[in-house]
Design a protein around this ligand. Structure first.
Ligand code: PNW
Length: 469
């Protein structure tokens, strides 16, 4: 029996500016922290950069036509901050905004709902030079940028999100250093987390002030579906610590207006959190229209008996932990087969997160703003790209979404990561997450069999019983 998804469900794909646009030096754009990082030797695989990426900046119209051809009804993209405000400050550059205005008009012209992300990791380098997210000033700059973009596109974009995955920005960017700007300072990472929360609150408020009343404001988090390896007190405590550092550090202030007290206690050796000023936590909590959930794999943790134990957390290789104060926690491989990232395929983590947030934040609709997998996709002799593993991954995760909906979760949409193969951050072009294959020599786009499969699901709103393309 195949049941339908709710009417009005958004079926989309997702991308991010630095991963697809290229045109790094055009129309007044200045370097972001990802330009600086990717041009620093040793930071990305093969020294790959987003200078050209998949040339979306010049292929915008063709890419939108391709999306329309697939049958999806929504598209999540991000705006490049340094295209709009090259110094991270001051009035917006019209040429930068024009690109996004044209993109949105192309989407609307094809009946595709735009979902705009203001920040998907490309901080203007000038703001990093002034201290970046560990500095409070960056939160105010982000709100000013949100105001500029809101004013320019608020007449045609209904759905807005402030940040994408602030956990990655704070802890991979300033903690383990595997993401830009590549700093490895646990206190800077905690300060960054707070200023991202504050930036979210200030930006959400700035958006409300400029958007029409139909405007929707949200945020996309990458909550960890954390499991304890055993039921021992030590393992359960490890789960609590990681839940605090991955999840409640953001949902606490954003949804509840307060940091969890156990987070302060766990990190007391590192900081007294005096950078959190009176009134900040209340500011972080702004009314939201929905919560974006990005999900790839669960996390399995235990109390570390050997602190030097190999890490299986999928967060890249670094001598520095992305978990400040939680050196006593070990990460283990979750059961299940692995994707091309070495991430385990386990849709029950997605079910758990959706039902958790529908319990803990009743009345707040949910949107899966990212879910997908990388595989080593190659065209066969006739040029077609067959990716049965991805079809099985998507089928299994969409089944979990449907099960969560049946159990009461108010899920409004699903966005496959990613529309097309692109610059996978520190892994460069070696990891292909796309539903559409990109030949990086010719920039030729070829929908994989998963794109055709997903397009059918999107067009009918029905999940077939078996995952075959
Ligand atoms: C997300 N981790 O990144 C991002 O939002 C995308 O831009 C990215 O391409 C996609 O997922 C696939 O990686 C993540 O280490 C990067 O847990 C790293 C982690 C999680 C998400």
């Amino acid at each position: 029996m195949s049941e339908n998804f709710p009417p009005g469900f958004l079926w989309g794909t997702a991308t991010a500016a630095y991963q697809i646009e290229g045109a790094a030096r055009e129309d007044g754009r200045t370097p972001s922290i990802w330009d600086t990082f990717s041009h620093t030797p040793g930071k990305t695989e093969r020294g790959d950069t987003g200078d050209i990426a998949v040339d979306h900046y010049h292929r915008r119209a063709e890419d939108v036509r391709m999306m329309a051809g697939l049958g999806v009804n929504a598209y999540r993209f991000s705006v490049s901050w340094p295209r709009v405000q090259p110094t991270g400050r001051g009035p917006a550059v019209q040429r930068g905004l024009d690109f996004y205005r044209a993109l949105v008009d192309d989407l609307l012209g094809h009946g595709i709902e735009p979902v705009l992300t203001l920040y998907h990791w490309d901080l203007p380098q000038e703001l990093e030079a002034a201290g970046g997210w560990p500095e409070r000033e960056t939160a105010y700059r982000f709100a000013e940028y949100a105001h500029c973009v809101g004013e320019a596109l608020g007449d045609r974009v209904t759905r807005w999100t402030t940040l994408n995955e602030p956990w990655c920005s704070a802890f991979l960017g300033y903690g383990s250093g595997v993401h830009a700007p590549g700093r490895t300072d646990p206190v800077a990472a905690l300060r960054a987390a707070h200023h991202l929360n504050l930036g979210h609150g200030l930006a959400a408020r700035a958006l409300r002030a400029v958007l029409p009343s139909s405007g929707q404001v949200a945020v996309s988090l990458n909550p960890a579906a954390v499991r304890a390896r055993t039921g021992s007190a030590g393992d359960l405590n490890a789960r609590r610590r990681i839940d605090a550092l991955a999840n409640r550090i953001f949902t606490g202030p954003m949804l509840g207006g307060a940091y969890p007290k156990d987070l302060f206690a766990d990190t007391a050796r590192l900081t007294d959190w005096s950078f959190v000023r009176a009134g900040d936590e209340a500011l972080c909590r702004q009314p939201l229209d929905w919560l974006g959930v990005n999900y790839y794999q669960p996390a399995v943790v235990s109390e570390a008996t050997d602190p030097a134990a190999e890490r299986h957390d999928g967060h890249g290789v670094s001598d520095h932990s992305p978990w400040p104060g939680a050196e006593s926690v070990a990460f283990h491989r979750a059961p299940g087969e692995l994707t091309g990232m070495g991430w385990s395929v386990d849709p029950s983590g997605l079910y758990d997160l959706l039902t958790r947030y529908s319990r803990e934040a009743p009345g707040l609709p949910l949107m899966i703003t990212e879910n997908g997998a990388a595989y080593d996709d190659k065209p066969d002799a006739d040029g077609a790209v067959h990716d049965p593993d991805r079809i099985r991954y998507l089928h299994a995760h969409l089944s979990a979404v449907r099960r969560a909906i049946a159990d009461g979760a108010d899920v409004r949409g699903y966005f496959l990561w990613s529309l097309m193969d692109n610059f996978e951050w520190a892994y460069g072009y070696g990891k292909r997450f796309g539903a559409v294959h990109v030949d990086y020599e010719t920039q030729r786009r070829t929908p994989k069999s998963s794109a055709l499969w997903y397009g059918r699901v999107a067009a009918t709103g029905e999940l077939p019983e078996v995952p075959v393309g």
